[in-house]
Design a protein around this ligand. Sequence first.
Ligand SMILES: [Zn+2]
Length: 425
Amino acid sequence: MNSYLIKNVSVLGAAPTDLLLRDGMVAEAGPGLSAPEATVLDATGLVALPGLVDLHTHLREPGREDAETVETGSRAAALGGYTAVCAMANTSPVADTAGVVEQVWRLGREAGLVDVQPIGAVTVGLAGERLAELGAMADSAARVRIFSDDGHCVADPRLMRRALEYVKAFDGIIAQHAEEPRLTEGAQMHEGEVSTRLGLTGWPAVAEEAIIARDVLLAEHVGSRLHVCHLSTAGSVEVLRQAKARGVRVTAEVTPHHLLLTDTRAETYDPVYKVNPPLRTATDIAALRAALVEGVIDIIATDHAPHAVEDKECEWAYARPGMLGLETALSIALEVLGPEWDLIAERMSRTPARIAGLTEHGHDPAPGAPANLTLVDPAARRTIDPAESASRSRNTPYARMTLPGRIVATFLRGEATVLDGKAVK
Ligand SMILES: [Zn+2]
């Protein structure tokens, strides 16, 4: 096992110090450390953060290895500063059995770049008709605690209630893709002034807000944990705020793209901007940012959604929804929040680790903590080139944009997964 002595690093923006990583842990912290056996890294000007944790990643394996594999997605995650990701269940076959979640979990271990925590499907085949083997997935080697039909909404209220009741026994969570399907039939983008002008069928905000309102009532009734995926509207923030004020056990995420990009991007007809839920308005963005700072929205999650070229570079109506996110999330957080390191650590590491029950993650780099951390150069600015992505796909909405911050190094249990801005393996 390697040891690393990180010199002159600012932990979460504090005065520069040294960190010694040994045996998978942060062994020592303080100025002027020495360790003859350790590899020395000069981290002058760099900020250390707890390794980021993504609660919402699509890794596409099994089934669409042409778009992403567990290994390529893990590498993209490490390059983005992540040490753990939760892999969504909409693979092919769907991760709705112990066998498939164990396969994904094992592939993650083999890649060894981040901890891959599988999410199980709520319903068999994501079909929304009958519950999947939630208990078997929870008892499997993958120890699944989060269940989601993401990509589809669990629209049937009786099924949603039963899912919430079922997972309560082991303190599991249902993560809902909130979209009332009858209100979004044929939808191509956010319903509003821009969709009217472009003549595209709209996805109204109320289709999201109605499901969140229903689900917080169901979660309250059952006393279970609900997580809202990719919350995207100002109205959803208000529903969530009221539910939290009543003590409902609900958490919510917002994606980087919903914090930055508006529905006017659809004017380009470039399908790279097609995503579900769709990009919303500047008013929604302002509400989402404020809710994230305030804590009404708990975390940033990427919804990293790689797609093969033929599924994305086609007519808008036929393109699959979704965008890459792992390698740019921290830069977007810096762009949106500024260098608020404690807030970024809270929203991108500590809280997502706590929600997912990933006890080895989300710890600030300090003696005794597992050495899962990332080093950021906050002064760097980089222009995004899709060709440079470690993902197997190229559908980043940030191409040619210049964004703040660069990940210089990432450590998983004390071993470097990224050094000098490059993946180690
Ligand atoms: Zn979704």
